[in-house]
Design a protein around this ligand. Sequence first.
Ligand code: DSN
Length: 416
Amino acid sequence: MSVLTKTDPEIAQLIEAEKRRQSMTLELIASENHVSAAVLQTAGTLLTDKYAEGYPGRRWYCGCENADAIEQLAIDRAKKLFGAEHANVQPHCGTSANLAVYLAALKPGAKIMGMRLDQGGHLSHGLNINLSGITYRVTHYGVRRDTEMLDLDEVRWLAVNEKPDLLVVGASAYPRTIDFKGFAEIASEVGCLILADIAHIAGLVAAGVHPSPVPHCQFVTTTTHKTLCGPRGGVILCKKDWAKKIDSAIFPGLQGGPLMHVIAAKAVCFLEALNPEFEQYAATIIANAKALAEQLIAKGWRLVSGGTDNHLMLVDLRSRLKDLTGHNAALWLARAGLICNKNTIPFDTRPPIESSGIRLGTPALTSRGMGSNEMARIAAWIDQILLSGGDSGAADRVRGQVEELCRQFPIPGLED
Ligand code: DSN
């Protein structure tokens, strides 16, 4: 950082401030994680200088021999990790991965069917203000009101009646196991294509602690920075017969030059995830989520669907404090160093900007090496803060204890 401090002290100071913020707070945002020092180092290399439009062995520019080798390693490792026939490692994010699948598989005006955003889906699954919802006709499925879980019979009924061209399965706020095989059977019955978006659970799928959609779906998209613990970015996995169309949809269809420094960091992340230790890490993410969920339930908080099977949970704040919004709860927790996000809960009566829930996840805590004892302490702090009515004294007291815990469990990227 010494060079940057000389060149641009303002940015250098802000990066230092962010390092301190990450180090001294607990990250409970379910879609965030802390990368390894190796991933961090790779993402900050001079690979950022290189233009490599095209694909390994088929580039527009000269001087791509190292870029070719790096991207090929990333592709080969992604295929091995997920057991996929083809991988495109160039998407800049999960949304561009999804848009590329739509571009490859559908004509504008075709019909997609995905999970409602306000019940756990994602904006790139057909939200009306996202390109997916602007370009395609959309129909949405949700969870059952009584169980707050997906019901394959309801999805099948809707699919049979709506006849989508593409069924999208995957979520950003769904705490339960997704039956990808069951969804694929529905797609096959209806005669449509299927895309599984595993952005949130990719690390769990890679480790084999969540069922994989790869054998069952034509397309699987993911981000690399959530449970997979890699750099910020996306990946598309697909069957061999879609490889050419997917590659053309990403470049030149949707993106220009790939981010080679990020692709190299993805390759490092895939290597780390191929290590047998990663399976234990992913299993611990789930064990920690279950421990946190059990502690919160024991304190009287209702969790959407009654618990969790994966890395996240949704707390229904109305279960104990009917006037507390997700917006206020997240702000109070943040003052105490507990970082999470507000979230709608299924059939929420509040608008998304207020929300009646908070979403909590355990990937980042697990990357710091925390276990069930720490989950119990964190649940107690969450409970204290939510019941404190936003009291600043309570926030300060908890913040002190949070910082003490943070010092015991440093973030991995700073170890070098
Ligand atoms: N921002 C991601 C999440 O938090 O789930 C979705 O794009």
